[in-house]
Design a protein around this ligand. Structure first.
Ligand code: ATP
Length: 370
């Protein structure tokens, strides 16, 4: 499933050079974006980067100041929210407290052009979809948080929208329930074939559920890619740093080929060999980025590895399944190395203040433009 790689695939949603201004403040800045049918598309970025604004424009609650938004081939300019094949599920769920679960689901259908005779069947279908058949007669206050979330989801899907917008859909749930509900959401999305666009501040949630993630900054898209590519091949320090944990070492690019580069960073150390990120050129200042779990920690010098540095263990964070070692280099940099605690028992012997070697392969890191 990768319609974005298929030049002939038709997007469900197209943003063409869309700008949204509030007074003289630009919330969305010349954005172009295509989202395909059946995608589970996640918007990720710091507070104020424009995620909600983008959703509100899709939902028909805001008009673009410039540019064109099309949904299913139709220009959305001037089309009000209730005339779009789009629904939105809010974090607060906004269920009617005095109506039963079944009546909450039927409410929107009664106001649509669905024949009365079909409404009951549709409500039952939706109850089955979210596995709440037994709860049809309950009121929202008689449900758990997770069940309320499912009612809200069923209600949002009842009219079979082509596109469902979800603003922090799991935000009100505790961590364990959040994890379980992620898989339920994915399952329901797949069963209904609805395109989901979700706003979340939880990068793990986005990584788990999304077909693609858009990382935003100040009203612009920085990278739009699959979770694996955003993590493994970030296109900038901003993305590397925003998604997951990363070590960054700055320097100058001394050598570059099609897929590899070397960064000089300290006269006392080997240059750092790594993959090449977008827009990196020879002689430019750049940043080497590596995930802590790709850094190997040893007590002996690993002479067979070109990328190796030595330092002193300053802190160790033991998290049960993994441990993170914070190693201070002679250059003053702090580098994190993370190890799984199920292997290499010898690592447990590494303790505070030990002198250690950190090393990694030539393809473990990536050199990024600054
Ligand atoms: P959060 O994660 O905090 O919800 P966000 O990424 O969803 O943030 P938006 O709500 O889209 O951000 O807001 C983007 C920017 O536009 C913010 O700086 C915000 O202050 C501004 N903004 C949003 N709505 C309005 C408005 N109606 N009038 C003026 N400025 C607005």
């Amino acid at each position: 499933f990768a319609p974005w790689e298929d030049a002939k695939a038709k997007p469900l949603i197209s943003f063409d050079n869309v700008t949204k201004r509030y007074g003289d403040f630009t919330a969305i800045d010349k954005m172009s974006l295509a989202i395909y049918p059946k995608e589970f598309f996640a918007l990720l970025g710091p507070s104020g980067c424009g995620k909600t604004t983008l959703m509100r424009m899709l939902g028909g609650f805001e008009e673009a100041s410039e540019g064109t938004i099309t949904i299913d081939g139709q220009n959305m300019a001037g089309i009000p929210a209730n005339k779009r094949a789009v629904n939105m599920m809010f974090q607060s769920y906004a269920l009617f407290p005095h109506l039963t679960v079944a009546d909450n689901l039927a409410f929107g259908l009664k106001r649509s052009d669905m024949p009365k005779s079909e409404i009951q069947g549709r409500v039952e279908e939706m109850l089955r979809l979210v596995q709440l058949q037994k709860f049809a007669k309950r009121k929202p206050h008689q449900l758990s948080g997770g069940q309320r979330q499912r009612v809200a989801l069923a209600r949002a899907l009842a009219k079979a929208p082509k596109l469902l917008l979800l603003d922090e859909p799991l935000g009100a749930l505790d961590k364990k329930l959040r994890h379980e509900t992620q898989f339920e959401l994915m399952d329901i999305q797949e069963k209904t074939g609805t395109t989901f666009v979700i706003v979340t501040h939880d990068q793990e949630e986005a990584m788990t559920m999304a077909s693609r993630i858009a990382v935003m900054d100040h009203g612009k898209l920085v990278q739009v890619d699959t979770p694996a590519r955003v993590y493994e091949s970030p296109n900038s320090v901003y993305v590397a740093d925003f998604i997951g944990d990363v070590n960054i070492i700055e320097g100058t690019v001394t050598e570059i080929s099609e897929d590899a580069a070397e960064l000089s960073w300290s006269e006392h150390n080997n240059g750092l060999r790594a993959m090449v990120g977008e827009g990196v050129t020879k002689g430019s200042s750049a940043a080497f980025a590596i995930r802590p779990e790709k850094v190997t920690i040893d007590t002996e010098e690993p002479v067979d590895r070109h990328n190796r540095v030595t330092g002193q263990v300053e802190d160790i964070a033991y998290l049960g399944n993994i441990s993170t070692y914070y190693v201070r280099l002679a250059t003053g940099q702090l580098v994190k190395a993370q190890t799984a605690n199920n292997r290499r028992i010898s690592r447990r012997n590494i303790t505070w203040k030990d002198t250690v070697w950190l090393s990694w392969t030539d393809t473990a890191g990536i050199i990024l433009h600054k």
